[in-house]
Unconditional design. Structure first.
Ligand SMILES: NC(=O)c1ccc[n+]([C@@H]2O[C@H](COP(=O)([O-])OP(=O)(O)OC[C@H]3O[C@@H](n4cnc5c(N)ncnc54)[C@H](OP(=O)(O)O)[C@@H]3O)[C@@H](O)[C@H]2O)c1
Length: 305
């Protein structure tokens, strides 16, 4: 996937999706400039502006966010600054310079009361501060910039950072029994798959003269499961790699109270993404197994069990 000319600018450098974007770019010979804090800080100041002026990108991808869902409940100002105000400032710069913006949002903008997969136009009703701040970010981007693509993704995991898959591998190695919530349904989505899709979208957006594609899309892996189902798949893949695995037990959300409420159903319908961009992500089970293999290989190379 090659985009000639000016680079893609990525806001965020240390996050799961940002790191995966850097990897995809390296593998595909794509020019990409990624900056995180302090060089592009969505928390205020001029650094984002300075970074973008210096980079003069063809497309901007915002992969940075305040993602601590529970902490956000008591840290609302920071969550809204980074997830709403910052993206608004970013979108305003893009509007001034005529640069498209691809902004990442979340399944947690929905309340989970729908019984079937959510489509892009379904009413949003976030249950917590994180979801509300991300929804405010979507609105800020829409208000400032016509040439935007907002992609809502979900349950992100990968080899970098903190995520459910890595937590399961760690606690699975330490404990005899692991209990996981079985009444929240969604779609685990690999950072690498998101990154590959974002690059494909960026390529189409940058190459088309006047693409009728601006708007909001759902970008998740194929299929759906619960956190318990995700854990079962992780442990099955871990066992196939010869790793120690625990007994897995199903619990309910009520058994595992968290500061922030989560939607019971946040499965996202991806038909619009497929019809517009021709993009379909792999089945979540396939990428889960691939990530477990990758992490098992990494720790084997380091000599750790
Ligand atoms: N993780 C999920 O399960 C999930 C689910 C649905 C949607 N999403 C969305 O997907 C996107 C990518 O998520 P991710 O999982 O890759 O996130 P992540 O691994 O938690 O990384 C977040 C990144 O944002 C950066 N960041 C935080 N505050 C910043 C600021 N003030 N200025 C600039 N950068 C800042 C962090 O940098 P530092 O290292 O400096 O903190 C980090 O690089 C986000 O929009 C998120 O809302 C994620």
């Amino acid at each position: 996937m090659q985009i000639n000319g000016p680079p893609i600018a990525v806001i965020g450098a240390t996050g799961q999706v940002a790191r995966a974007l850097v990897r995809v770019a390296r593998e595909s010979g794509l020019t990409l400039a990624a900056a995180g804090r302090p060089d592009a800080d969505l928390g205020g100041g001029n650094s984002v502006h300075t970074f973008l002026e210096r980079t003069a990108p063809r497309v901007v991808i915002n992969a940075a966010a305040y993602t601590a869902v529970d902490k956000a409940e008591t840290d609302s100002d920071a969550a809204f600054q980074i997830n709403a105000h910052g993206p608004g400032v970013l979108a305003a710069w893009c509007a001034e310079r005529g640069v498209p913006l691809i902004h990442i949002s979340t399944d947690y903008v929905f309340d989970g009361s729908k019984r079937t997969p959510y489509v892009e136009d379904d009413a949003c009703n976030p249950l917590g501060v994180y979801g509300r701040s991300k929804l405010a970010g979507e609105d800020a981007v829409r208000a400032a910039l016509d040439r935007h693509i907002i992609v809502r993704t979900a349950w992100v995991y990968g080899p970098d950072g903190n995520n459910f898959l890595k937590t399961m591998l760690r606690v699975g190695a330490e404990r005899e029994v692991v209990r996981v919530v079985a009444d929240q349904t969604g779609t685990p989505t690999a950072a690498a798959d998101i990154a590959a899709a974002l690059v494909a979208i960026a390529s189409q957006v940058a190459q088309a003269q006047n693409p009728p594609v601006w708007g909001t899309y759902h970008l998740v892996a194929e299929g759906e499961t619960t956190w318990h189902g995700f854990a079962a798949e992780i442990f099955s893949a871990a066992a196939a790699q010869g790793l120690k695995t625990p007994k897995l037990e199903a619990i309910t959300t009520a058994d595992y109270p968290t500061p922030a409420a989560r939607p019971a159903n946040s499965v996202l319908d991806t038909t619009k993404l497929r019809k517009t961009f021709g993009i379909v992500l792999p089945a979540w089970q396939k990428s889960t197994a691939g990530c477990v293999r990758e992490l098992a290989g990494l720790s084997a190379n380091k000599g750790t069990p």
